[in-house]
Design a protein around this ligand. Structure first.
Ligand SMILES: Cc1ncc(COP(=O)(O)O)c(C=O)c1O
Length: 426
């Protein structure tokens, strides 16, 4: 006979307050203030020029970021969505091309494909909740030119297989690393496998300036073209080109530039990345070690567990019917867990809720990019139930944030709560 559940009037397993999941955001302090004040004192708010000749924070951030990631080039952007669009455009993804994207990602990965005039093709995830390489192969058609792969909820995709598929079919690979900054696969940093890796510094991310993004690449031409697209005036910038040096260097761009204020905050935050990731890993391991043999629970497998940045712990129950009662009982224990897929509650990370894609909605009478004379092959069709494996995994999975600020005591109480509820309900 187990302990009485809190939901039935028993005492709570976790009595400490829950810490919100803003890993870098909660660490904002003197280092960020110092950097920002330097920008204000110098009145140097724009990366390319100002009243004094001082070093640009954005440029310094790019240098430190590329060194940390082991990439040749880094370009700071206003956000990750802008980085993804710039990457697709720089890769030469053309109107009517198909780009395969995972069915479990924040909607921005898919929206970026549409913004770059290409047609998203949605693929299944496997049990790691990252894109299923077997399904990528099934979704490739003669119109496919790129893969948008997402290291979802902190963990690496199967990069060996993905890169082999890309090579075989001559596809570009854009890595969306928005949720996995600092992660790796077999010792190599995420974002350095594909043609371009894109990062987000939005407030919910590991390191943050509220908004912000970065892209990295080892290809000089892709860097030039991303640079040109992310800044519509790039060709007039100091140290940049005036006339194009090769065909395809100069074309009309947009504006996804990063501000010096953002660059300043991010310089301080980048210095905290390793500590944040190591604290999250420690916390995640402490909880996982205590629940890994619990009956009825299966922790999400990971292609390279050493590369997981451990922003969360996700585990499966064997039936979707148990998820709601399990979540409610654990929440009553004081543990802030959630389910992931519920058809009634739109979560923008799941393709089944992407109504504008499923219904091919567009702001003009032409349903661009779906109605597209350049699209070769069969019409791309969508349906809310088109990826049944993805829905099955997401309906059965429980999500637990792992704030780096949690103490060992917090972790032990969480594990105790999970085991208590599992013993009673599974
Ligand atoms: C997987 C993924 N891709 C892209 C984005 C978009 O990032 P941003 O808000 O910086 O444009 C996010 C942000 O939540 C994300 O989680």
């Amino acid at each position: 006979m187990g302990e009485k559940l809190a939901i039935l009037g028993g005492s709570k397993a976790k009595t400490t307050p829950n810490i919100p999941m803003y890993p870098g955001g909660l660490e904002i302090g003197d280092a960020e203030k110092k950097q920002v004040l330097e920008v204000l004192d110098n009145k140097y708010l724009f990366r390319y020029y100002g009243p004094k000749d001082v070093e640009s924070k954005v440029k310094k951030l790019e240098t430190e970021f590329k060194e940390k990631m082991g990439a040749k080039y880094a370009l700071a952007t206003s956000n990750c969505t802008g980085a993804l669009i710039s990457a697709l455009i720089a890769c030469g993804i053309a109107p009517g091309d198909e780009v395969v994207v995972t069915g479990y990602t924040f909607f921005a990965s898919c929206a970026a494909i549409v913004a770059a005039n290409a047609i998203p093709v949605i693929a299944e995830v496997d049990e790691t909740l990252t894109i299923d390489p077997d399904d990528i192969e099934k979704k490739i058609t003669p119109a496919t030119t790129a893969l948008m792969i997402v290291h979802m909820r902190g963990v690496p995709c199967d990069m060996d297989r993905i890169m082999a598929i890309a090579k075989k079919h001559k596809l570009r690979v854009i890595e969306d690393v928005a949720q996995a900054c600092g992660g790796s696969y077999k010792g190599k940093m995420l974002g350095t496998f594909g043609d371009v890796g894109c990062f987000s510094f939005q407030y919910h991310k590991v390191i943050t300036a509220g908004e912000g993004g970065m892209l990295i690449t080892n290809d000089e031409r892709l860097y030039d073209r991303c640079m040109g697209y992310h800044d519509t005036a790039a060709c007039w910038r100091p140290d940049r080109f005036a006339e194009q040096r090769y065909d395809g260097e100069l074309f009309c761009g947009s504006n996804f530039r990063m501000s010096e204020l953002t660059g300043a905050v991010m310089l301080a935050q980048l210095g905290k990345l390793d500590t944040l990731v190591s604290r999250m890993r420690q916390n995640q391991k402490r909880i996982a070690d205590q629940i890994k043999n619990t009956r009825g629970i299966k922790i999400r497998p990971v292609y390279d567990p050493d590369g997981d940045i451990a922003i969360c712990l996700m585990f499966f129950l064997d039936s979707k019917d148990k998820v709601q009662s399990f979540v409610e009982a654990l929440q009553a224990e004081g543990v802030a867990v959630s389910g992931v897929f519920n058809s009634g509650i739109p979560d923008w990370h799941i393709y089944a809720h992407w109504k504008h894609v499923i219904n091919k909605l567009a702001p003009s009478p032409i349903k661009w990019p779906w109605e597209n004379p350049f699209h070769k092959g069969e019409e791309v069709r969508y349906a809310a139930d088109m990826c049944p494996k993805t829905l099955d995994y997401l309906e059965r999975v429980i999500h637990l944030d792992i704030p780096p600020q949690m103490t060992d005591e917090d972790c032990d109480m969480i594990a105790r709560g999970i085991n208590k509820v599992a013993e009673a309900l599974l």
